[in-house]
Design a protein around this ligand. Structure first.
Ligand code: ATR
Length: 294
């Protein structure tokens, strides 16, 4: 395998966000391009909040073939795009943009990436399941929409700020299906909901590096081995929440796979290709090495 060779024909991909320095996406996408011998390079662009419109115009003018969008632009970018997928519209967030002859198409591969990883790791689906979502921000909305579209029976949103939990719950009930309710974070409320549910998903950043001693819920004694606990955090790979769940015998999954698959789906969209199972396995193995060593 040869290294990256930039020529006059090389196509440009990138990621816009602020910050972007920590992003693993350049490593993943450039590895894939080199491996597949596709003449593309993926670069980070730090774009401040008030420069978003100028940045999108610039990317269009420069004819980049696509880009990812991360914090804080996932919502605001929508107004500058020409078309947005139905799912991204429902999620209120776009993380992947494809430029087709100057027309910018917006997608959300976070939800798809989450779902794929969940299925791969647990062998289960959301059909008929009772699911607790911790958090009510942007990540919570994307994941909740996906989980409801996948046929979950019941969604309980737990959030520190109850008003935000109510707003997300109302939104789901109005736009998708009447299947959602919300609770505060009081110990008894959390305990009762967890006792009743099968799947718990943490969508907050609580427990993320450097605050690795924090957990979004005090889970002592709430988990049993029939629970699946998914934490979208990937740094650290085992959060305090996952550690507590694992100690009780739950199936636990961290956010590394979600990060990986959202990137895979973006790359497939930009290039109109579908990777084979073997390729995905190889890319994931390499991605894990990249994340651990970078
Ligand atoms: P994202 O787009 O990553 O979801 P966000 O929209 O800012 O980010 O949402 C962050 C979520 O994490 C919210 O649910 C937030 O709870 P509040 O609505 O009460 O702010 C939750 N969160 C962040 N820090 C938290 C903390 N220290 N304790 C509890 N919840 C926290």
């Amino acid at each position: 395998m040869e290294g990256l060779m930039i020529t006059g024909k090389t196509k440009i991909l990138g990621i816009i966000g602020d910050p972007v320095e920590h992003s693993k996406s350049p490593l993943l996408h450039n590895f894939i391009s080199v491996f597949k011998n596709i003449d593309m390079v993926y670069v980070p662009f730090r774009v401040e909040k008030n420069n978003l419109s100028a940045a999108i115009n610039g990317l269009r003018a420069l004819n980049v073939i696509g880009f990812n969008v991360t914090v804080p632009h996932k919502n605001n970018v929508i107004q500058y795009l020409d078309k947005v997928s139905e799912e991204a519209e429902l999620m209120g967030a776009v993380n992947t943009v494809k430029n087709v002859d100057g027309v910018l198409y917006g997608y959300n591969t976070d939800g798809e990436g989450f779902l794929r990883d969940f299925k791969e790791e647990t062998g289960q689906s959301f059909k008929g399941k009772k699911v607790v979502i911790i958090g009510a921000g942007g990540a919570a909305r994307a994941i909740t929409v996906k989980v409801v579209l996948e046929g979950a029976q019941n969604i309980i949103i737990l959030n520190r700020t109850e008003d935000k939990a109510k707003a997300l719950s109302d939104y789901i009930n109005e736009k998708l299906r009447n299947c959602s309710c919300y609770r505060g974070m009081g110990n008894n409320e959390v305990k009762n909901e967890i006792k009743e549910c099968e799947i718990i998903i943490n969508t907050t950043s609580v427990g993320m590096h450097p605050e690795i001693d924090k957990s979004p819920i005090n889970s002592d004694g709430f988990f049993t081995e029939r629970h699946i606990v998914y934490d979208i955090i990937y740094n650290p790979l085992k959060t305090k929440l996952l550690e507590a769940a694992e100690a009780k015998g739950c199936k636990t999954v961290n956010g590394l796979g979600m990060l990986f698959y959202q990137g895979i789906y973006a790359y497939e969209k930009w290039n109109d290709i579908v990777f084979s199972k073997d390729e995905i396995e190889l890319f994931f193995k390499r991605f894990k090495e990249i994340v651990i060593t970078s």
